[in-house]
Design a binder for this molecule. Structure first.
Ligand code: PEP
Length: 254
């Protein structure tokens, strides 16, 4: 069975003080009711990894993740953060392939594959984002587009490495737009992703791969989305910046 996961993507928001305050409020609310079967991953900006991780230590099933890592192992790459550096801080998760990285930083599938390789070789699980821009959905090419993103990246891993991967399907047009994909659209894509994983790695790997949905999930729509077949949780952007709303989303998964 795939693990249920709710991951927060804080993006480039808040300073250290407000990040700690948000974490404090989140943990306080979580400690009232914490389902240990649901993994909670807070993907925070690099400078706050350690302090937020320290705050989360001791709370069951809560982990801190990064939002990016370098495609290079080490060397003269000013400003980059390697998977080894993340590993040395005890980080176990990293978002790779978010559409904002693809769009604003021109990250290609080739570069993303290298980032995935760097993270899995350090035993860090990539939360690998895929999703189609609106133009491909309008042309009815959305399935082909997303499956191709996966074929050019995570599906090139060997079976052992792939088992560390978490997939997040995030239609680009739904991110931060207040527009979620319909239940039918989400199910169609998640089923197609799982089927493709099955074809490549077999049924046991495909059943155990967590496939998250992301794109304007909030406390109101979360429950319905998490009940969709083949949805194992969510990657939450804007709504993860409010402790109460994020907790309500976490509590929406059963
Ligand atoms: C995201 O950035 O990964 C995301 C899903 O954002 P939002 O929830 O704000 O749409």
């Amino acid at each position: 069975m795939a693990q249920n996961i709710i991951a927060a993507n804080w993006k480039m928001n808040n300073d250290e003080y407000s990040s700690k305050k948000l974490t404090y409020e989140f943990l306080k609310l979580l400690n009232r009711k914490n389902n240990p079967k649901t993994l909670k991953v807070l993907c925070v900006p690099h400078p706050f990894l350690l302090s937020i991780d320290n705050m989360c230590t001791g709370t069951e099933s809560v982990f801190v993740g990064a939002q990016n890592c370098s495609s290079f192992k080490q060397g003269s790459f000013t400003g980059e953060v390697s998977a080894l550096m993340l590993k040395s801080l005890g980080i176990k998760y990293v978002i790779i392939g978010h559409s904002e990285r693809r769009d604003f930083f021109s990250e290609t599938n080739e570069e993303l594959l290298n980032k995935v390789l760097r993270s899995v070789e350090r035993n860090i699980s990539p939360i690998f984002c895929c999703g189609e821009p609106l133009i491909f959905r309008n042309k009815n090419n959305h399935l082909e587009y997303v499956i191709n993103q996966l074929k050019e990246t995570v599906l090139k891993l060997n079976k052992e490495s792939f088992q560390k991967v978490i997939i997040a399907y995030e239609p680009v047009w739904a991110i931060g737009s207040g527009k979620t994909a319909s239940n039918k659209e989400i199910e169609e894509m998640h089923v197609a992703i799982r089927k493709t994983i099955k074809q490549k790695f077999g049924s046991s790997v495909s059943k155990n791969t967590s496939i998250l949905y992301g794109g304007s999930v909030n406390a109101i729509n979360a429950k319905e989305i998490f009940e969709i077949h083949d949805v194992d949780g969510g990657l939450i952007g804007g709504a993860s910046l409010q402790a109460q709303e994020f907790i309500d989303i976490v509590n929406s998964i059963s």
